[in-house]
Design a binder for this molecule. Structure first.
Ligand SMILES: Cc1cc2nc3c(=O)[nH]c(=O)nc-3n(C[C@H](O)[C@H](O)[C@H](O)COP(=O)(O)OP(=O)(O)OC[C@H]3O[C@@H](n4cnc5c(N)ncnc54)[C@H](O)[C@@H]3O)c2cc1C
Length: 317
């Protein structure tokens, strides 16, 4: 009972980033526990998913060929069955909309303690989970009692695993006949300007209240055109109705992990930082040298964006 089991997540035929981040988190935990690391993938094109998830960190992959998309009952029953077979010390799930839908049910059914929204996990004779509270203003560590536990991890907190591994892939013998039919996903509907998923972008140019007027957004659009970046923003821009909600980065917006995040006229409030601190390289342009965004930026330009951005566009054009 020292193994770790992680259940990956996919949507509309694509594995989500948290699936690869969960592999890193699960491997680290398995090393601390001294056990094997198992990854499971439930429903959809499980064989193709298993191939993608087969990174060097993984010891074994279990596919559960049941249904096309996430549904509460199938995932709950399949995860319980996998748990009964593997008997892991830790069951790790994404702290996503789907994960939060079924993780509590699994923990309840298994009678195990459940720690949510982990941004750090450590095992040293017992499990300690790090969580953030009060809009990421306070970090807490939670000791979890017991030899077995369930923990859901926040996306964007661990590096994504990559590369080819040689884990054994096996089809898990799952009996669907006993699964309750309490809920089924009927389909997907894009809401509110779902033109772009900023979560997929490698280079985000993000604009904040420093832009002053809606008309001035054209300057930032020009920068995006010149650099091939995707436009995102802090919350006030969305609250003003200048950009749709799907462009908002942050605690109540989207979590993003681009290669480059260029924050322009954004102060760096904790609720904003919560959504972008996982970016590989953070660059900030701000006229205030004491803006908190500079505390987390890899590169900073102290200056007026109305001077700096045109100069950048000129360089890239
Ligand atoms: C429950 C809750 C959830 C929230 N969720 C989110 C969220 O998801 N995302 C989010 O972003 N916020 C969120 N917020 C709001 C957050 O607290 C901040 O108010 C917000 O992030 C500030 O946005 P900003 O940095 O664009 O604006 P400001 O804090 O006003 O900063 C503007 C910055 O622009 C700089 N500036 C001004 N003029 C120029 C210029 N000409 N050139 C260069 N720099 C200039 C200023 O120095 C300043 O640093 C949330 C708040 C709460 C309470």
């Amino acid at each position: 009972m020292s193994d770790v089991l992680f259940v990956a997540e996919h949507r509309r035929g694509e594995l989500r980033d948290v699936s690869y981040e969960g592999i890193t988190a699960g491997r680290e935990l398995a090393d601390e526990l001294g056990g094997d690391f198992h990854v499971a993938v439930v429903s959809g094109g499980v064989e193709a998913f298993a191939e993608s998830l087969n990174t060097p960190e993984v010891d074994a992959i279990h596919t559960v060929d049941a249904g096309e998309e996430f549904d509460h009952d199938t995932y709950t029953a399949a995860t319980e069955a996998l748990h009964a077979e593997i008997d892991p010390a830790a069951l790790v799930l994404p702290n996503s909309v789907n994960g939060l839908d079924y993780a509590p049910a699994v923990a309840d059914e298994l009678g195990l303690p459940y720690a949510t929204d982990a941004v750090g996990i450590e095992y040293d004779g017992g499990l300690t989970v790090t969580r953030e509270m009060y809009g990421s203003k306070v970090e807490t560590t939670v000791d979890v009692a017991g030899d077995q536990f369930v923990v859901s991890i926040r996306g964007g907190e661990w590096a994504a695993a990559s590369g080819a591994g040689d884990a054994e892939v096996s089809a898990f013998d799952f009996d669907e006949s006993g699964v309750a039919d309490g809920s089924r996903v009927q389909g997907f509907e894009e809401v509110g300007g779902g033109d772009v998923d900023i979560g997929d972008a490698e280079f985000l140019v993000s604009i904040g209240r420093g832009i002053e007027e809606e008309e001035n957004l054209d300057l930032i659009r020009d920068l995006c055109d010149a650099t091939g970046a995707t436009l995102s923003s802090s919350r006030p821009i969305v609250d003003n109705g200048w950009l749709p909600k799907n462009r908002q980065v942050g605690q109540s917006g989207k979590q993003v992990t681009p290669k480059v995040y260029l924050a322009i006229g954004i102060s760096g409030a904790v609720q904003h930082v919560a959504g972008m601190k996982g970016a590989e390289t953070i660059i900030a342009i701000n006229s205030d040298p004491n803006a908190p965004i500079f505390d987390i930026a890899d590169y900073g330009i102290v200056g007026d964006l109305f001077d700096v951005v045109p100069a950048l566009i000129e360089q890239f054009d």
